[in-house]
Design a protein around this ligand. Structure first.
Ligand code: AMP
Length: 284
């Protein structure tokens, strides 16, 4: 496995593999099994080609009061995990390598990113789209893997690829969870012991409400969304940011069941730590 930190080095590595299919796994590091499952997927998807990854804490997707400065960074450990999971090349640049000092162009998605996390984190998805577009170009990617854990991000990236004609296949990977159901996240490391103990309430409530919708026990999205909020609020340390039941393609809030495929999404604060999770309905 090779590690490069500049665009120039990345270009010369790619020039040596002109005909190889390139499958990219973009990450911000602090890697866990959620990320490594995507590396495995990228490796499989690449076949005879190359599986490549980026480790870059992207400043433009963090708001002024968010955790950019304190986001966990552990490059040495991360590189070992990349190597173990079949990654051929890692691009781990400093921020000034990625963005020109007077960079003045960004990508703005104006529909899918208005609600859910986008509504709570203004500018976040513009930062995500801009960096992902740059990474697609820099890596000359043929395909890229993204986790369903960040469901809105996956939808926004798919829309960007469609609307801006990127020739990159987007490959989704399922959410990887701890044994108690908590979705793996680099931010779980911020949780206190007491918060960590209560955090599985997100997945428990999501699966319970998804079952309730499937069985007809919860008959309207409004009722189901309210039920979801109430269940999560049973955890004394949880502060709900949002609970939403949306159409999984448009991300528009559903006003009734029976049309479209429902997706249940939540964002919940434990102290300063904001956790997100989502599920679809159980397959019957
Ligand atoms: P991040 O490092 O948080 O930017 O995440 C990099 C990629 O890993 C994104 O495509 C995420 O959706 C994905 N990811 C993060 N956590 C998980 C998880 N628990 N299961 C599956 N994919 C994940």
């Amino acid at each position: 496995m090779e590690v490069v930190t500049s665009k120039e080095q990345l270009r010369s590595w790619l020039d040596k593999h002109p005909h190889a299919k390139k499958v990219l796994a973009p990450t911000m590091g602090a890697l866990h099994r959620g990320h490594t499952s995507l590396f495995d997927l990228a490796r499989k998807k690449a076949g005879d080609g190359v599986a490549v990854a980026s480790i870059f804490v992207n400043p433009t997707q963090f708001g002024p009061n968010e955790d950019f400065g304190s986001y966990p960074r552990q490059l040495e450990v991360d590189l070992e995990l990349c190597e173990k999971h079949g990654i051929d090349l890692v691009f781990a640049p400093p921020a000034d390598e990625v963005y020109a000092e007077n960079a003045s162009i960004s990508i703005h998605e104006k529909s899918l990113s208005t609600g859910l996390c986008g509504g709570k984190r203004p500018g976040h998805f513009d930062g995500v789209c801009t960096v992902v577009a740059k990474l697609f170009h820099l890596f000359r990617a043929d395909a890229a893997v993204f986790g369903e854990k960040d469901f809105q991000q996956l939808a926004v990236i798919r829309r960007m690829v469609r609307d801006l004609d990127f020739e990159v296949e987007i490959v989704p990977g399922p959410t990887v969870r701890e044994e108690d159901g908590l979705a793996m996240s680099s931010r779980n490391a911020y949780l206190s012991d007491a918060e960590r103990e209560q955090a599985p309430i997100l997945f428990q409530s999501l699966t319970d409400v998804a079952k309730g919708i499937s069985s007809g026990r919860l008959s309207s999205p409004e009722e189901a969304g309210e039920h979801l909020r109430q269940q999560i609020e049973l955890a004394s340390l949880a502060r709900v940011d949002y609970t939403e039941i949306v159409d999984s393609d448009t991300l528009e809030p559903l006003d009734k069941f029976g049309i479209g495929e429902p997706r249940l999404l939540v964002a919940v604060f434990f102290g300063k730590t904001r956790l997100i999770d989502n599920v679809g309905l159980p397959s019957s």
